[in-house]
Design a protein around this ligand. Structure first.
Ligand SMILES: Cc1cc2nc3c(=O)[nH]c(=O)nc-3n(C[C@H](O)[C@H](O)[C@H](O)COP(=O)(O)OP(=O)(O)OC[C@H]3O[C@@H](n4cnc5c(N)ncnc54)[C@H](O)[C@@H]3O)c2cc1C
Length: 399
């Protein structure tokens, strides 16, 4: 069995590599690893995200693997995967994780033709940015218990309720919303998906500051917000099945493992140039063992991501939920191990915010502070393990 990439795929990787290496010179100071904080916490960060999205859109790189009729080039998914890996390595923005990563594939499997033609091309051009309106104060892991309502009124749905943790809502143009269209329903029955324009009257966005005081997350309140009925995606009251597919798209991203690998390489550079008690850290056997372990983790993670890519190529965009959950659990826990180890090895200096004293520009402490959240977002890791047990291992469903 030959696992290597073709010559054409290697050339493509090189092309992406040259592009991102060059463009990342335009990143604002203290850009970080390209995660939610890099993009949403400052105006410069979001401007850079938009600048890159436009560039990627012009090149047709946001949507290379999409069908041609929606602005894509219909290339094999593996090419898009290579793109994601290189972008992840450089911590580059420009791909809206919510719009491109989650909602666009959801539209492809669940929207009608008019919606696909209207909503997909602006996403492909990098012009429209989304946020995810799912979680509520009393509905997180148990998302199906959500209580925001969207009640039909002629050609509109009228939305009332309260979403929370909405990443980037203060910068987003649109939201994909999950709301209860049948007020008498319980649990997953009676839910529907909507495309919501964020400046509709009645939407109020309040910041939910992270522990480092950065504004990345929000609460979003809906008071009698009127959404045109044409923006119901899929069938009324059948939004849960569609949302479960969106969840898989959210959890399967491959670029994260290359981002972790880049961090491991950065730590390797650090230990090769830092002495403790007169000796280079890179000569310390414990340091070497730990770095080898982390590196193995990045290789295993990449293999998991390749498997999802293979499943997608084989079975279309809908693929095994348990494979997506495996990737999510492993990737987020690996990111935590990398951040923990980096700050441990750097000692007290590793805890400094970006300054001339902070090793590696203070990047690792940012990762360390964010890492616990990774266990929780996109469905907590306990929930993912329940899914792996149930769907992947055929164990009885957890009630
Ligand atoms: C950084 C960050 C960004 C986020 N961004 C968004 C966003 O953009 N849009 C959005 O809609 N949401 C977002 N979320 C919300 C996220 O999806 C929820 O926080 C998550 O689903 C968990 O829900 P909860 O916070 O209500 O915790 P709870 O559901 O109350 O869970 C509390 C604890 O109980 C455990 N638990 C719950 N049920 C079970 C079970 N059946 N078996 C075992 N353990 C269980 C959980 O694992 C967790 O440890 C974000 C969250 C974070 C942290």
């Amino acid at each position: 069995m030959d696992f290597s990439f073709t010559k054409e795929q290697e050339e493509l990787r090189e092309e992406f590599d040259v592009f991102f290496k060059e463009e990342m010179k335009n990143a604002p100071p203290k850009w970080g690893k390209g995660g939610l904080e890099s993009i949403y916490a400052t105006d410069e960060g979001f401007e850079f995200h938009k600048y890159m999205a436009k560039k990627l859109g012009e090149k047709g790189w946001i949507s290379r693997a999409w069908p041609k009729e929606y602005g894509g080039q219909a290339v094999p998914l593996i090419e898009q995967f290579i793109f994601n890996e290189v972008r992840g390595y450089y911590g580059a923005p420009g791909i809206d994780g919510f719009g491109v990563g989650m909602f666009a594939p959801t539209l492809m499997v669940g929207a009608n033709e008019e919606q696909k033609n209207r909503l997909l091309p602006p996403i492909a051009r990098g012009e429209v940015f989304y946020c995810q309106g799912w979680s509520e104060p009393d509905a997180g892991s148990d998302l199906a218990s959500l209580s925001t309502t969207a009640i039909r009124d002629g050609d509109y749905y009228v939305v009332n309720g309260h979403k929370t943790w909405t990443s980037g809502a203060h910068k987003a143009d649109h939201m994909f919303l999950l709301a209860r269209t049948d007020p008498d329903s319980t649990r997953s029955r009676g839910l529907s998906v909507f495309n919501v324009v964020m400046d509709y009257p009645g939407i109020e966005i309040r910041p939910l500051l992270f522990m480092d005081n950065k504004h990345v997350y929000n609460e979003v309140y809906f008071k009698d917000v009127r959404i045109p009925a044409k923006d119901l995606i899929g069938k009324e009251n059948e939004g849960w099945a569609l949302t479960r597919q969106t969840m898989n798209f959210e959890r399967s991203g491959g670029g994260g493992f290359l981002s972790a690998k880049k961090s491991v390489f950065d730590i390797i550079d650090y230990v090769k140039s830092t002495r403790r008690d007169g000796k280079l850290l890179s000569e310390n056997p414990v340091v070497r063992q730990k770095l080898a372990k982390l590196y193995i983790g990045t290789e295993v993670g990449q293999a998991l991501a390749y498997r999802i890519n293979y499943e997608q190529e084989k079975g279309g965009l809908i693929f095994a939920a348990s494979a997506a959950s495996e990737s999510k659990v492993f990737g987020t826990e690996l990111a935590q191990r990398v951040a923990n180890y980096a700050t441990e090895i750097m000692g007290l200096y590793g805890q400094l915010a970006p300054s001339k004293w902070a090793p590696l520009d203070g990047e690792m402490i940012d990762g360390y502070q964010f890492a616990p959240a990774a266990n929780i977002y996109a469905g907590s890791n306990e929930i993912q393990r329940n899914l792996i047990a149930w769907v992947g291992l055929n164990l009885p469903r957890f009630k």
